[in-house]
Design a protein around this ligand. Structure first.
Ligand SMILES: [Mg+2]
Length: 189
């Protein structure tokens, strides 16, 4: 499938959801490309998983920001590859550094830089420990097995709206709890 076709399908998928994330964050190695960039040379021409470019273009078209959270120890190679792929300027925040935490510090930085709350972010990564740690911060996080593709996008958007709906439900529950009795007839079922 060409980039344009993937982009159109991604646009269709996004059209199925009423609420969309404000920011989508991607890991790099084995999430957008099928290798560890620390094992490669800057001189090489990298390639992405087949759906990645189309998905990035669709997000951009839809006005959704994209960012990178990678624990790669070779930020210079990662940067060179993103540049060669024509993606470097796409990301509003690029956090590429090795760390003992499972990307919680990456997300703190992304949050500081962009001002986007954690529950308005969607994250794709191929490592379960990152998914677990970042979900606990309130970010909808999706484990990918063969890189980001249209299936993962659909899964991510669907989980994102479920999570946000449950946050809203809880908020309403607490509002009701704190209101004076009889003050909110409209909330009665
Ligand atoms: Mg990875």
């Amino acid at each position: 499938m060409g980039d344009e076709k993937v982009k159109n399908e991604a646009m269709e998928i996004m059209g199925l959801f009423q609420i969309l994330p404000r920011l989508v964050v991607f890991d790099l190695d084995y999430t957008i490309w099928p290798f560890y960039c620390e094992c490669r040379s800057k001189r090489e021409m990298p390639s992405l998983y087949p759906h990645v470019k189309g998905i990035l273009y669709a997000l951009k078209d839809k006005g959704i920001d994209v960012a990178v959270a990678s624990r790669s120890p070779t930020a210079d190679i990662a940067d060179t590859f993103l540049d060669k792929l024509g993606l470097k300027s796409m990301f509003v925040s690029k956090e590429i550094f090795s760390s003992w935490t499972h990307k919680t510090d990456h997300f703190q930085r992304i949050n500081q830089r962009t001002g986007v709350p954690y529950n308005k972010m969607l994250f794709f990564d191929d490592e379960n420990r990152n998914i677990e740690a970042v979900s606990k911060m309130g970010v909808t996080s999706i484990l990918v097995r063969n890189g980001v593709n249209l299936g993962a996008l659909r899964e991510g958007l669907s989980k994102f709206s479920q999570n946000l709906a449950s946050v809203e439900r809880n908020k309403r529950k607490w509002q009701k709890f704190s209101e004076k009795p009889g003050s909110s007839e409209k909330d009665k079922k």
